[in-house]
Ligand binder design. Structure first.
Ligand code: ARG
Length: 461
């Protein structure tokens, strides 16, 4: 049997394998709410413009409400033969209200519907992600404030570089997430135009009012070109790109949590709620949540890449390839929501191990830069010379197995005569971080002020 929705010129039905490759209902059923919302707006507009009768519009509205209830209570029967969410709903509408259902599709196409539904869906995703990222920022800023003065090693090349504070490290992620949120908002602004009424590709001869449907669906305005309306998925790619970057940030943080919670580092303690045990090794507390945050980032980057590849060779206007825009994107957005929530939970429970952090902060000659800076400031050496002198002192300290603040003064003076015992005042980790008062630096005072600034700004939102 040919398709009941578009089968007029067909005498045979599709091959079973055709149905399988062609149907999108298994994944695009997620768009049911958006599809119904779009149809209601379209029907109301058609009636207001006198294109369909008010009684038909009323029947359509009631029928769509019934379908919404059926889908939400699980009684709706989805059919693969009806391909996608649009035809499933329209076909059920016909069963419910009869011929009036056939008037709904006046001056629109499934190409409009899918472009509209997907935009509405992505817009909801952005709003949900934004709220979740806001919460993560709040949790990070609170933790940063609480541990603004907690010293820890700062690394470059994963080698001890200079002491920083735990609060400063957490605030670095608050900044990254702020940029992520900005990218999502930028994408939202561009996607918030209404493609409904492109009528497949060319516009329509019916006197439709696309501004009315735009207002009803919360779009800022109708899209200006009917071909473009149905042909691009840049809004999804742009949002996936924002999602990838955000996931990359959370993945880097997750990687740090994995390292920090290892027995060799013991910088932080993860709560039982975000760790698992091993079935054979009783001592284990594995940071599975952090590992999965790191791993799920792959799916999100993959979805962005996949959609770019789907789109790159398509001529205008709609091509069926574009049906491949949704499945991986849905997965990516759900994964992102999950990794944000897991990260928020982990951070909320995360406890820095103060003594271990402080000890590690002072190891690896981490105050060597402070010594070099002291030689510049007090002894008037050019920085390059100070760097060299400090390097020689570090070499002696390394040979002896002592940290810089335990180096005898005489040994340092043997390298450079201008060194006095005043130098010890800059060689502890606390002094080191306290001195980093330049704008954006790690001094506890700065960190406290920045954390407060963030707490206030986030509370105002
Ligand atoms: N299921 C389709 C998709 O996801 C909807 C649009 C179909 N349009 C068409 N002309 N076959 O892209």
């Amino acid at each position: 049997m040919s398709n009941s929705m578009w089968g007029g010129r067909f005498s045979e039905g599709p091959a079973a394998i055709m149905e399988e490759i062609n149907a999108s209902i298994d994944f695009d059923r997620k768009l049911y709410r958006q599809d119904i919302e779009g149809s209601k707006a379209h029907a109301a507009m058609l009636a207001a413009q006198g294109i369909i009768g008010a009684d038909d519009a009323e029947k359509i509205r009631e029928g769509l409400d019934t379908i919404l209830r059926e889908i939400e209570d699980g009684s709706f029967k989805f059919s693969r033969a009806l391909e996608d969410i649009h035809l499933n709903i329209e076909s059920r509408l016909k069963e419910l209200i009869g011929d009036a259902a056939g008037r709904l599709h006046t001056a629109r196409s499934r190409n409009d519907q899918v472009a509209t539904d997907f935009r509405l869906y992505v817009r909801d995703v952005i709003d949900g992600v934004d709220a979740a990222l806001h919460e993560l920022q709040v949790v990070l800023a609170d933790k940063a404030f609480a541990h603004a003065g907690q010293v820890m090693p700062g690394f470059t090349h994963l080698q001890s570089a200079q002491p920083v504070t735990f609060g400063h490290h957490l605030l670095a992620y608050v900044e990254m997430i702020a940029r992520d949120r900005g990218r999502f908002q930028d994408a939202r602004k561009r996607l918030n135009e209404n493609p409904l009424g492109a009528a497949a590709l060319a516009g329509t001869s019916f006197p439709i009012d696309r501004f009315a449907t735009s207002a009803a669906l919360g779009f800022d305005r109708p899209t200006a070109n009917s071909l473009d309306s149905v042909s691009d998925r840049d809004f999804a790619i742009e949002t996936l790109s924002a999602a990838s970057l955000c996931a990359i940030h959370l993945s880097r943080f997750a990687e740090e949590i994995v390292i920090w919670s290892s027995a060799q580092f013991r910088f932080v303690r993860l709560s039982d709620k975000f760790t698992t045990g091993s079935s054979i090794m009783p001592q284990k507390r594995n940071p599975d949540a952090a590992e999965l945050v790191r791993a799920k980032t792959g799916r999100i980057i993959g979805a962005e890449t996949a959609l770019k590849i789907v789109m790159k060779g398509l001529p205008l206007a709609y091509q069926k390839d574009m049906q491949e825009d949704k499945e991986q994107a849905f997965d990516a957005f759900e994964s992102l929501e999950l990794v944000i929530a897991a990260t928020t939970g982990m951070v909320r429970d995360l406890e820095p191990e103060a003594a271990n952090l402080k000890k590690a902060a002072g190891s690896g000659f981490s105050t060597a830069t402070d010594l070099a800076d002291w030689l510049v400031r007090v002894a008037g050496l050019p920085f390059r010379d100070a760097h060299h002198v400090t390097g020689r002192i570090v070499a002696i300290a390394a040979e002896r197995g002592v940290e810089l603040n335990r180096m005898p003064l005489a040994d340092m003076q043997a390298v450079h005569g201008a060194i006095t015992d005043a130098v010890y005042s800059v060689l502890t980790v606390d002094k080191s971080v306290k001195s980093r008062t330049s704008y954006g630096g790690t001094s506890p005072k700065n960190v406290r002020a920045q954390a407060k600034r963030w707490q206030r700004a986030l509370a105002r939102e």
